[in-house]
Design a protein around this ligand. Sequence first.
Ligand code: R5P
Length: 297
Amino acid sequence: MINIIVALSGNEKISKLIAKKAKQPYTKLILNKFPDGEIDIRFNKRITNKKIFLVQSFQNTNNLTLNDKIIETLFAIYTAKNLNAKKIYLIAPYFPYFRSDKRFKQGESVGINIMNQLFSVCDKIFCIDPHLHRIKNIKNALENGTNISLDKPIIDYLKSQNIKNPLFVGPDKESLQWVINVASAFNKKPVIALKKRESSRKVKIKLPSKVNAKDKELIIIDDIISTGNTMLENIKELKKYKPKKIYLIGIHGIFAENALEKLKKHGIIVSTNTLVNDADIIDVSDEIVKKIKRYIK
Ligand code: R5P
């Protein structure tokens, strides 16, 4: 046994699926939280000289914030290093701070640069469709990062839906990279909205002048749904054209501040299982296993 899949606190479900499909031993990292908030972690299997695949989805769950999970993951990585694991791979179905890719205001932190420094000790970081916006290549954000794209499971899901007359929509400019491949699988060109972000909770949306959405199945695809406001503002504009049905697809369903409940009133909400939520019906573990296979040998 030279490989071990280790589930951290973020997404046990996907960790188990990965271990099962990759036919590799599985264990769960033991995490203790002390009354003062400090933590310790423990590997309950020997990891010396083994290749370990830590799986962590950075989201607020199990009474831990995503920042708590960053500390947990760093403790696991540095402990594995200290215990002489042969290789340390991080599978991060959702890796945070990619949206913090520039100094927007003087004196402000650039989150992804800090994450890069902290996590550079990993041999490889497998990220699923990270938010590559101003930085186009993952390696320029996360030097050990590698990207897994989820076009296939999203296309497979939509093909199972008996959709007759779809209109694909990208809710902002950078969503083109995700919506274009899915739309092409249906021989369609997407409509791309323009978004002006005024704050973390307020966006304004402008659609192109002519949108032929009447009686169509609208499929709006974005990488992240956080507060849901990007989707809600798009829906507000698109509903004027009287579509037949609305699908809202978020690769990473963060659904902060009750977003899922707000969105449910407008259509069918679907996300992948990179994060745990009540709409995580598209399973992406096959794509992860395909990518990590050559590192398992
Ligand atoms: C950023 O541009 C991302 O692609 C998403 O559009 C954004 O994170 C969605 O955030 P929210 O749901 O809060 O509007």
